[in-house]
Design a protein around this ligand. Structure first.
Ligand SMILES: Cc1cc2nc3c(=O)[nH]c(=O)nc-3n(C[C@H](O)[C@H](O)[C@H](O)COP(=O)(O)OP(=O)(O)OC[C@H]3O[C@@H](n4cnc5c(N)ncnc54)[C@H](O)[C@@H]3O)c2cc1C
Ligand code: FES
Length: 281
C-alpha cells in the first residue's frame, strides 16, 4: 500500500498529493510518470510526477478530477492509500545545454514542468516558464515555478492574473523579444498543438507530453498508440514526450474520445453512489 501523507486542494477539483513510494522516488527522472490504482476493482490511470524526494521516499502528484477514477482519487484523504503505484514509467525528459528554454504548462502540466525546469536549470540553461488557465483560481504551481525558474509568465483568459490571453500570446511575446532554443509543452492537446504550430515555422525543437489513454503502461496493450512522423509509437514506452511538430493530433483526439460515452456513465454512477452514501451517513 502507498500511503497519502498530505493532500491539498490547490485549485477547484484539483489536489496536490504527497505519497509514499520509496522505490519509485529512488529512480524517477523528470518527465516520467506513474500508473496508480486506488483499489483492486479500480482502473489504472497515469499521473505525471511533479516532485520527488529520494531521501524521504515520497512523490508529489497533481490530480484533476475529470472522470470516475480521478474523482475517486480526489476524494481520498491524507492517511488513505493507493493499492498500486507502478513506475517510474516513460522515457525521462531529454535535457542538455540548449540555451534559452521555454516550458509551458496548462492544468496538471504546470506541475509536470517543474522537475523538467529544475533539471534544465542545473544544466545551465536560461529557463522561462509560461502557465495558463481560464481564470486566476485555476492556476497551478505558479509560486513554485516562479521560485525555480528564471522568469514565469502567467496568462489567464479573463485577465484576472498576469497577461490576458493564451499561453501562445506569452510565447509570441518571448519569441519576438529573444532567440529561443527549446520548448516543452505539457497540458491539454489544443494547447500543445497551438504551441507546436507556432514554433514549427521557426524551426525551434518542441516537445509535447501526450496524455493518451493508457492501460498497462508497458507497451503490451496498444491503448496508448499514437502516430508520430508517420510511425506508430506507444506513448507509455516511447514517450510520453514526442516532437510536437510530428504528432498526428487529429488521431490523438479521436482516440481520446473513443470511450467518452462509457466514461460519462461511469462518472455519473460514481457520483450517484457517493450521494447515496452521504445521505445514508
Ligand atoms: C503520461 C500521462 C500523464 C498524466 N498526468 C496526469 C497528471 O499528472 N494529473 C492528472 O490529473 N491527469 C494526468 N493525466 C491524465 C489522466 O490520466 C486522465 O485524466 C485520467 O486517466 C482520467 O481518468 P478518469 O477515469 O478520471 O476519467 P475518464 O472517465 O477516463 O475520462 C473522463 C473524461 O476526461 C477526459 N480524459 C480522459 N482521459 C484523458 C487523458 N488521458 N487526458 C486528458 N483528458 C482525458 C476526457 O474528456 C474524458 O471523456 C496523464 C495522462 C498521461 C497519459
Ligand atoms: S498503455 Fe498499453 S501499450 Fe501503452
Amino acid at each position: 500500500m502507498f500511503q497519502i501523507f498530505t493532500r491539498q486542494e490547490i485549485a477547484p477539483k484539483t489536489v496536490h498529493l504527497k505519497i509514499e513510494a520509496p522505490l519509485v522516488a529512488r529512480k524517477v527522472q523528470p518527465g516520467q510518470f506513474v500508473i496508480v490504482r486506488v483499489d483492486e476493482k479500480g482502473e489504472r490511470i497515469p499521473l505525471s510526477i511533479c516532485g520527488f524526494d529520494r531521501e524521504a521516499g515520497t512523490l508529489e502528484l497533481i490530480v484533476q478530477a475529470v472522470g470516475r477514477t480521478s474523482h475517486e482519487i480526489y476524494d481520498l484523504q491524507a492517511g488513505d492509500s493507493f493499492l498500486d503505484v507502478v513506475g517510474p514509467l516513460g522515457v525521462p525528459t531529454h535535457a542538455e545545454k540548449f540555451g534559452t528554454c521555454v516550458l509551458i504548462g496548462g492544468g496538471y502540466g504546470s506541475g509536470a514542468i517543474l522537475p523538467m525546469g529544475r533539471k534544465l536549470k542545473e544544466l545551465d540553461n536560461k529557463v522561462y516558464g509560461i502557465v495558463g488557465a481560464r481564470t486566476k483560481e485555476l492556476l497551478i504551481f505558479a509560486d513554485r515555478l516562479q521560485a525555480a525558474l528564471d522568469r514565469l509568465f502567467i496568462t489567464t483568459n479573463d485577465g484576472s492574473a498576469g497577461m490576458q490571453g493564451l499561453v501562445t500570446d506569452a510565447l509570441k511575446a518571448i519569441l519576438d523579444d529573444e532567440p529561443v532554443h527549446y520548448v516543452v509543452a505539457v497540458g491539454p492537446v489544443p494547447m500543445m498543438r497551438a504551441v507546436s504550430d507556432m514554433t514549427k515555422p521557426l524551426g525551434i525543437p518542441t516537445m509535447v507530453s501526450l496524455n493518451t489513454l493508457m492501460v498497462d503502461g508497458t507497451g503490451m496493450c496498444g491503448a496508448c498508440r499514437v502516430t508520430v512522423g508517420g510511425e506508430t509509437r506507444f506513448s507509455c514506452i516511447h514517450g510520453p514526450e514526442f516532437s510536437g511538430h510530428d504528432v498526428d493530433y487529429d488521431e490523438l483526439v479521436a482516440r481520446q474520445r473513443m470511450y467518452a460515452e462509457k466514461e460519462r456513465a461511469a462518472l455519473e454512477e460514481y457520483l450517484k453512489q457517493k450521494e447515496q452514501s452521504l445521505c445514508q451517513a
